[in-house]
Design a protein around this ligand. Structure first.
Ligand SMILES: Cc1cc2nc3c(=O)[nH]c(=O)nc-3n(C[C@H](O)[C@H](O)[C@H](O)COP(=O)(O)OP(=O)(O)OC[C@H]3O[C@@H](n4cnc5c(N)ncnc54)[C@H](O)[C@@H]3O)c2cc1C
Ligand SMILES: NC(=O)c1ccc[n+]([C@@H]2O[C@H](COP(=O)([O-])OP(=O)(O)OC[C@H]3O[C@@H](n4cnc5c(N)ncnc54)[C@H](O)[C@@H]3O)[C@@H](O)[C@H]2O)c1
Length: 457
């Protein structure tokens, strides 16, 4: 049986662990799917390439108010898709080739890893291996909801919908979170009639309520948004799919050419037979880790979607760097920093947030003051004719320390970054607003004014 110093399960964020400092270690990487993981192949990167393309396709809709008349001649789906994957697929293939052929100390196993004993792994390739240490970054996969007869219809998840052969005339999207709202923007901008089915009373209900309410109201004007609906049964039709729903007005049906299921992601722990090696999991399936990303088994670490409550690439990257350090310096371990984890929804409009929502502040009894600023009242907002976007900041009334920040509107994920920086480094709102220049008339003036609008002494 071959023995390694380190085995990495999953080639997503885990692939960045072995660098030149590991040159004297024998390393195995086990990957069951496409090399490079979710973000590169079926997640952040292709979706954002589609989102930008959707932004380009939707400009004519908003052009007339600027006195510019434009029209969309068409969307060449095959060209859109092939531009994106024509860039991504070679990166994945190149990454695999580099690890498998050019890294002398690394062996790549292309199979489904499963523990068969303490620190003993079946690589799914016919070979069982052992190692002193393991780094588990096996990620998550789409949840398939319990809807009667769903298995009898052709449905897509984020894993497959970006590679459709052709654009459908219509799409029903089950779910109301990140994936649902990003793809609703993409496909509706390409001319697909989109219906969104949400269980909750709001889209993006994890966001600050005022932000989710604003988003839901904008989305409802563009898409057929069905809130408070339970999907009970799916049915195949001659032209696609029919969903049977129960909602506030009783039973109803929705039909579309294509169904996209986007109701969350579950960690891939069930594939790993972790009990064989003693690694424990939370009730929701995530691997239990401490602040050093260590599992309960000495020498076994986990990071990213398989263990984190934040299913975000910047978190997976951060945690994999912590694992990398702790593998190299076990006696001086680093801790992961989850104090201010930001997130962004790249839909239309865009949303970004960090820290507490107003509802969380109330629930936790945290004292706060609030400052808001509309894009419509800053100079660049006039330039963009934005009428719906705003920023909202929450701060401690005694110290001025920022507690949370939420932005809906153009380039929100970029505009929010100085607030993430201020929170991470403990810069108070007044010093931040008044202690630096803000380029005029640029979009960060939104942040400056939201800070100045905080009722602080
Ligand atoms: C559509 C979509 C859009 C997203 N957009 C964003 C975004 O804009 N920003 C953001 O921050 N995050 C985004 N995310 C989330 C982000 O992609 C994930 O948080 C991140 O990729 C997780 O990285 P990871 O290294 O933990 O796992 P992954 O990248 O998923 O890597 C895990 C790898 O392990 C492999 N694997 C699993 N089980 C086994 C096994 N038993 N044996 C061998 N191999 C195994 C898998 O095949 C996979 O390649 C998006 C996700 C999706 C689905
Ligand atoms: N921009 C980004 O950072 C980005 C983009 C895409 C995905 N992601 C990550 O991937 C994860 C998965 O995304 P997601 O959108 O699938 O999950 P999500 O958790 O964001 O949203 C899932 C939604 O589906 C709803 N839901 C659950 N079961 C349902 C059912 N049976 N019928 C109808 N609705 C149901 C939930 O109430 C929830 O609102 C996210 O949590 C996020 O961390 C991030």
């Amino acid at each position: 049986m071959r023995h390694f110093d380190l085995v990495i399960i999953g080639s997503g964020s885990g692939n960045s662990i072995p660098d030149e400092r590991f040159a004297d270690q024998r390393i195995a990487i086990v990957e069951k799917g496409v090399f490079g993981g979710t973000c590169l192949n079926v997640g952040c990167i292709p979706t954002k390439m589609f989102v930008h393309t959707a932004d380009v396709a939707s400009t004519p809709k908003n052009a007339a108010r600027f006195g510019v008349d434009e029209h969309l001649d068409g969307v060449r789906w095959a060209d859109v898709r092939d531009r994106i994957f024509g860039r991504i697929d070679p990166i994945s293939a190149g990454g695999l080739r580099w690890r498998a052929e050019d890294n002398e100390n690394v062996t790549v196993y292309q199979g489904l890893a499963k523990f068969v004993g303490p620190k003993t792994l079946d690589t799914g390739t016919g070979e069982v291996i052992t190692a002193d240490r393991f780094a588990i970054g096996a990620g998550s996969r789409p949840v398939i909801p319990d809807v009667v007869d769903l298995d009898t219809v052709d449905y897509h998840t984020s894993d497959t919908v970006m590679r459709l052969d052709e654009l459908p005339a219509s799409m029903v999207i089950l779910g109301s979170g990140f994936v649902a709202n990003e793809f609703a923007h993409v496909f509706s901008s390409f001319g697909v009639k989109v219906t969104l089915i949400a269980r909750s009373d709001l889209l993006l209900r994890h966001e600050d309520r005022e932000i989710a309410e604003r988003f839901t109201s904008i989305a409802s004007a563009k898409w057929d948004v069905r809130l408070k609906r339970k999907t009970v049964r799916a049915e195949r039709t001659d032209t696609g799919v029919r969903l049977h729903l129960e909602g506030p007005d009783g039973a109803e049906v929705v039909e579309a050419a294509t169904l996209l299921v986007a109701v969350g992601r579950t960690p891939n722990t069930d594939l790993l037979d972790l009990a064989r090696t003693g690694v424990t999991t939370h009730p929701d399936g995530r691997i239990v880790v401490d602040e050093h990303q260590k599992t309960v088994v000495d020498g076994i670490y986990a990071f990213g979607d398989i263990s984190s409550e934040h299913q975000l690439k910047h978190v997976a990257n951060h945690e994999s760097k912590v694992v990398q350090h702790n593998l190299l310096h076990p006696d001086e371990p680093r801790s992961s920093d989850h104090r201010y984890v930001p997130s962004a929804v790249f839909s239309s409009p865009q949303i970004a947030s960090v820290g507490l929502t107003e509802e969380q502040a109330v629930e936790r009894g945290v004292r706060y003051v609030k400052g808001t600023q509309a894009y419509a009242s800053i100079a660049y907002g006039w330039a963009m004719e934005d009428e719906t976007g705003f920023a909202k900041v929450l701060a401690d009334p005694a110290t001025g320390q920022l507690l949370g920040a939420h932005i809906i509107g153009p380039q929100a994920p970029t505009v929010i970054q100085p607030l993430i920086q201020a929170m991470s480094f403990g810069l108070d709102a007044r010093t931040m607003a008044k202690g630096q220049y803000w380029i005029h008339p640029a979009m960060p003036e939104l942040v400056e004014n939201a800070l100045l609008n905080l009722p602080l002494d």
